[in-house]
Write a protein that binds this ligand. Structure first.
Ligand code: AMP
Ligand code: ZN
Length: 462
């Protein structure tokens, strides 16, 4: 079946076929100066889904993701302090310690989200030599020049800049807040390699003295090392389009004349109250914040599937909590089919499979794919073949649909006490208090449902 993916470069959906047999992908990874938040993880859930969809279509993958442990300055426009160095000073630790600590937590969180790890995960600080060689090649080819601050890329040497975004360079300059560096040949020229001030924490010897890398060069050097001059897909968040990816393309054109990837795919933002969730705005939640509210990381993954990756998705705790219940229903539905003895004809099963496959191959349309999953779950005849089909779908979803559901699990004492208090309130016909307690429970991640049969589990109490 044809696989269509939206390509930011051509601004349209294109049929995907790999350059060689194995699909080569590069994903921009995290800057490890702090905890990754659930907005960041939306981008990695998208990356995971892309991997899984490609595998579902029978492709083998060679996928690289970088860990930025140096060179990402506070502003994408080469201004401000290095984020890792700043965190190191603030926490009174070595930059290495900071990077290792947050990398380990990031990788642990990828596992909690059942994100299929890229084949190669590589750190910027372990590829300094490759970066120096890359910068040297750019300079040799006449696309780079030296100033008192570092080595800059001369964008006027390119046939076209920008190519990914439609931002107007002149408008950007007119509206820019940063002071224009008079040594730069063009205001939009960006730093490839930066000369380190004396007290700078992370710096390396190079043909231009003690320096540290500009942010964009690491991705060019590492993608070139592991995937070659041109590979299949490059992924990232929409915020990478105007600067980071634009400059990666410029660097690659300056070094070898090629745009490094054929497909450029970008995940849109997770928003909160309509605005972007971001560390600098201080409106972030982590997987641990969700855990405090008893929201399973995989429920968050399911929540992300409610919107297409190219659309914004607004986060609410209510939405995430309701996905806790949905995940439980999915697993219950799977068990019902697994224990079912009824026959379902092959034609029906094939129809479901085709609909699911069409949805994921239509630029990873997960909201439609999930609706097919629900159709299978709700199918009136309960059959082992449908359970098998759901397991196959889960190769793409990665929701651990066959995980055991704990029918009766121990509820925390505090929750049991609240349930008891609410029961008393109801017996006393104190509806106001009863409703108040129900709201408190909901806030803590427990949905209470009144029914004749008492049945409790972590996410819903009946
Ligand atoms: P960073 O660690 O800041 O370099 O970001 C890591 C990844 O998370 C990048 O791909 C960003 O595009 C992405 N990202 C950052 N904030 C959000 C957000 N609110 N929603 C979705 N993706 C985000
Ligand atoms: Zn990158």
């Amino acid at each position: 079946m044809e696989l269509n993916l939206y390509n930011t470069l051509s601004r349209k959906k294109e049929i995907f076929t790999p350059i060689e047999e194995t699909v080569r992908i590069y994903s921009c990874g995290p800057t490890v100066y702090s905890f990754a938040h659930i907005g960041n993880f939306r981008a990695y859930i998208f990356m995971d889904t892309l991997r899984r969809v490609l595998k579902y279509n029978g492709y083998k993958l060679k996928h690289v993701m970088n860990i930025t442990d140096v060179g990402h300055l506070e502003s994408d426009a080469d201004e401000g302090e290095d984020k890792i160095a700043k965190a190191a000073k603030k926490e009174n630790k070595d930059p290495d310690e900071i990077a290792k600590y947050y990398t380990d937590i990031f990788l642990r969180d990828l596992d909690r989200l059942n994100i299929d790890r890229p084949e190669i995960i590589c750190k910027a600080t372990e590829h300094i030599q490759e970066m120096i060689e890359y910068v040297s090649d750019i300079v040799k080819n006449g696309y780079g020049y030296e100033t008192s601050r570092g080595i800059y890329f001369d964008i006027s040497k390119l046939d076209k800049y920008p190519v990914l975004s439609d931002r107007k360079v002149d408008e950007q300059i007119a509206g820019a807040r940063v002071e224009v560096d008079k040594e730069k040949r063009n205001p939009e020229d960006f730093a490839l390699w930066i000369k380190a001030p004396e007290k700078h924490l992370m710096k390396w010897d190079s043909p231009w003295g003690l320096c540290y890398p500009g942010w964009h060069i690491e991705c060019s050097a590492m993608s070139n090392k592991y995937l070659g001059e041109q590979f299949d897909i490059h992924t990232g968040g929409v915020d990478h389009i105007p600067t980071h990816h634009e400059n990666e393309i410029a660097q690659s054109k300056g070094r070898c004349g090629k745009i490094p990837a054929r497909f450029w795919m970008h995940c849109n933002f997770l928003t909160i109250d309509g605005g972007k969730m971001s560390k600098s705005l201080g409106n972030i939640y982590t997987l641990d914040t969700l855990k405090e509210k008893n929201i399973d990381p995989l429920s968050y993954k399911l929540f992300c599937f409610s919107s297409h990756y190219r659309n914004k998705l607004n986060f609410t705790f209510e939405g995430a909590i309701s996905n806790n219940t949905s995940l439980m229903r999915l697993r219950e539905g799977y068990r019902k089919h697994l224990n079912g003895e009824e026959e379902v004809d092959k034609e029906t099963i094939d129809k479901f499979e085709t609909k699911f496959h069409e949805a994921i191959n239509d630029d990873l349309n997960m909201p439609i794919a999930i609706s097919v999953v629900w159709d299978v779950i709700r199918y009136p005849k309960k059959s082992k073949d449908l359970a098998k089909l759901l397991l196959k779908f889960d190769e793409v979803l990665g929701l651990k649909i066959d995980e055991e559901i704990k029918e009766e699990i121990e509820l925390p004492k505090e929750i049991l006490e609240l349930v008891e208090k609410r029961k008393e309130a109801r017996e006393n016909k104190d509806w106001e208090l009863s409703d108040k307690i129900r709201d408190i429970l909901k806030e803590k991640g427990y949905i209470i449902k009144d029914s004749k049969n008492r049945y409790a589990n972590r996410k819903s109490i009946k």
